[in-house]
Design a protein around this ligand. Structure first.
Ligand SMILES: C[S@@+](CC[C@H](N)C(=O)[O-])C[C@H]1O[C@@H](n2cnc3c(N)ncnc32)[C@H](O)[C@@H]1O
Length: 299
């Protein structure tokens, strides 16, 4: 498997209280509900092996109940610990701390990949999408959510001269360090270049307005959003897409040995709680059931 040379910067959530500081009791039930509506519409309900990239604390993991095996991956070991505590020692889940730019999987290991609220932290979208494509089988489904730069609020702000960056320009905008908004046409192009066929694109989160969320019952807002998602009006802050992986790939969907060395793609041999690369000799720890590919033990 080809490996990227560079090490793009990472938006590190290690030790952050993302669950309690962003989601629970923080007035985002509406966002959570509409994202689940979109996810259920776009992701095939059943499959063999699903990877959620940047899974955080596992907020959406119960949505994957139709898959035989679910791999939750996040750069943050502490987010993976939350996920593990939340989901318990259920054999269907595998927890992996790793970098999306250096995936530790055999080519053709997944028939589904979900990436939600993650790619907006990526400064190098082509590398991530190439990595994802390589670990998928031909015909597999990629569900990708991205932050949209051409949303109604940014268009209005730009028209009034309150915002310098142009929402119609294809280039990603980094509005805060390692937080990017993308133009829908840019993302469509990146998907195509990486070997994906974009099948469907859905605008999500029409009502992400604090006053509205306070005044209108969440269920009503979420139902209205669910209907509007079908309109194709891509002027929302969030867009969900479904793409098919196209082109040649080996099929390792039923190979029980999932991992390879993220450094050089070498075979790994297990010795207790350590995985040792048979070509570069890097050693990777398994910490209380979490595969830790963030940094080798010898570094
Ligand atoms: C905003 S959270 C989203 C979590 C989850 N997808 C959700 O929607 O609840 C972004 C997650 O992406 C992870 N992340 C950022 N850069 C990453 C990288 N290079 N590799 C793997 N995970 C990364 C962060 O650690 C964080 O948990």
């Amino acid at each position: 498997m080809s490996k990227p040379d560079s090490r793009p910067p990472i938006c590190d959530y290690e030790g952050s209280n993302y669950r309690t500081e962003f989601w629970e009791g923080k007035g985002r039930d509406y966002e959570d509900r509409v994202e689940r509506i979109a996810l259920r519409r776009l992701l095939p309900p059943r499959g063999r092996r699903l990877l959620e990239l940047g899974a955080g604390f596992g907020r959406l993991s119960e949505e994957y109940h139709g898959y035989d095996q679910v791999i939750l991956l996040d750069y943050s070991l502490s987010q993976m610990r939350y996920a593990q505590e939340h989901l318990g020692a259920n054999g269907r889940y595998t927890f992996v701390a790793a970098d999306a730019y250096h995936l530790p999987f055999r080519p053709g290991s997944f028939d589904a990949v979900a990436i939600i609220r993650v790619i907006h932290h990526m400064s190098d979208v082509p590398t991530v999408l190439n990595q994802v494509r390589q670990v998928m089988v031909n015909g597999g489904t990629l569900l990708l959510e991205y932050a949209n730069k051409r949303h109604l609020k940014s268009m209005l702000r730009y028209a009034r001269g309150q915002q310098t960056w142009n929402p119609y320009d294809l280039k990603p905008v980094e509005f805060v360090e390692l937080n990017f908004d993308f133009h829908p046409d840019y993302m469509a192009q990146q998907l195509k270049t990486a070997g994906f066929l974009l099948k469907r694109s859905m605008p999500v989160s029409f009502f992400r307005i604090p006053l509205l969320k306070e005044r209108v019952p969440t269920g009503l807002l979420a139902s209205a959003d669910g209907l509007l998602q079908l309109t194709g009006l891509h002027y929302t802050p969030s867009v969900f897409t479904r793409s098919l992986a196209v082109g040649e790939t080996t099929n390792n969907l039923y190979n029980r040995s999932l991992f390879v060395c993220p450094n050089d793609g070498g075979e790994l041999a297990q010795d207790g709680d350590v995985l040792i690369c048979q070509s570069c000799a890097h050693r990777w720890a398994i910490r209380d059931g979490i595969y830790d590919f963030k940094a080798p033990l010898d570094e």
